[in-house]
Design a protein around this ligand. Structure first.
Ligand code: HEC
Ligand code: HEC
Ligand code: HEC
Ligand code: HEC
Length: 182
């Protein structure tokens, strides 16, 4: 009985510790992730991302078209400062500044960690090489295609002022950045 209670207390303490570690993961930014994710052998994730519209999502908010949309919506702030736009164009704007490393740049728009979660705890080579360890250290796991799609449509939906529908397979084809097999 006594042992059982001790055991339960231990479990609770471990769970709290695990959640605290994850909650404190910092955003290190696309430059840091890319140190290891730019070679041919790794699959050139940096290059693929840079050529995708996600890389320019923040800058888009500085264009005349964005200003027009913001005005039509009656926003009192410029698009690039408005939560109504940053929510999808640079979602880390709402992260506590303490959790953003110096190397993190909001101007990089929709970047690695917006989809894969803050990486300070999983970025080391020993953890990265072992998917289970990376996931335990906070890396997001996409169980299947449905989970991937669900993550896309948190932004690709009718709340986007320029939304014209979302073809998941086609869109994924444009941004996929797999590690080459073998
Ligand atoms: C020190 C080098 C290094 C850094 C820094 C690094 N990675 Fe990795 N990453 C790797 C290696 C090595 C693999 C394993 C690749 C393989 O499957 O052969 C990997 C795998 C991954 C995977 C695939 C996991 C799986 O098996 O499904 C993702 C996603 C990923 N990294 C994202 C990131 C993100 C996001 C960052 C920045 C927060 C980052 N990495 C930083 C080296 C690194
Ligand atoms: C955090 C919000 C967010 C998430 C999550 C997101 N996107 Fe995007 N995506 C955007 C924004 C914002 C743009 C427009 C950027 C611009 O033009 O400046 C965009 C543009 C695109 C484009 C280019 C425009 C087009 O429709 O052809 C593709 C392709 C795309 N995303 C695919 C995806 C896929 C696939 C996923 C899921 C794996 C995904 N996105 C997840 C915000 C997001
Ligand atoms: C719910 C997520 C979401 C919100 C909120 C959002 N956007 Fe976007 N935005 C997107 C996505 C996704 C795309 C690319 C595909 C599309 O048009 O739906 C995009 C594309 C754009 C484009 C490029 C369109 C083109 O092809 O020329 C502009 C400009 C833009 N958004 C401005 C804004 C402005 C200004 C706001 C704030 C008033 C805003 N967005 C709010 C998700 C969002
Ligand atoms: C818009 C969301 C999004 C962005 C931005 C993004 N990724 Fe991914 N990434 C994904 C998704 C979703 C998958 C899984 C795709 C699949 O299963 O086909 C993935 C897969 C990966 C993989 C594993 C590929 C494999 O073969 O298993 C690596 C490595 C990776 N991403 C690294 C990065 C790095 C580094 C960056 C930044 C330069 C980045 N990602 C930016 C959504 C994103």
């Amino acid at each position: 009985m006594r042992n059982m209670r001790l055991f339960l207390v231990l479990i609770v303490v471990l769970l709290i510790a695990a959640f605290t570690v994850q909650a404190q993961n910092k955003y290190i930014g696309v430059k840091m992730c890319s140190m290891c994710h730019k070679t041919d052998k790794q699959g050139k994730q940096l290059d693929i991302w840079q050529k995708s519209d996600h890389a320019k999502a923040y800058k888009t908010l500085n264009t005349p078209k964005a200003a027009e949309i913001a005005k039509a919506k009656g926003l009192t702030k410029p698009a690039v400062e408005a939560a109504e736009c940053l929510d999808c164009h640079a979602p880390a704007y709402k992260v506590d500044a303490k959790l953003l490393d110096k190397s993190f740049d909001l101007k990089d728009g929709v970047q690695c960690e917006d989809c894969h979660n803050a990486g300070s705890a999983y970025k080391t080579i020993l953890i990265m090489k072992d998917k289970a360890k990376a996931v335990a250290a906070g890396m997001r796991e996409f169980k299947d295609a449905a989970a991937v799609k669900a993550s896309c449509v948190t932004c690709h939906n009718e709340k986007s002022p320029t939304y014209k529908g979302f073809n998941f397979e086609e869109a994924l084809g444009k941004i996929r950045h797999p590690v080459p097999k073998g």
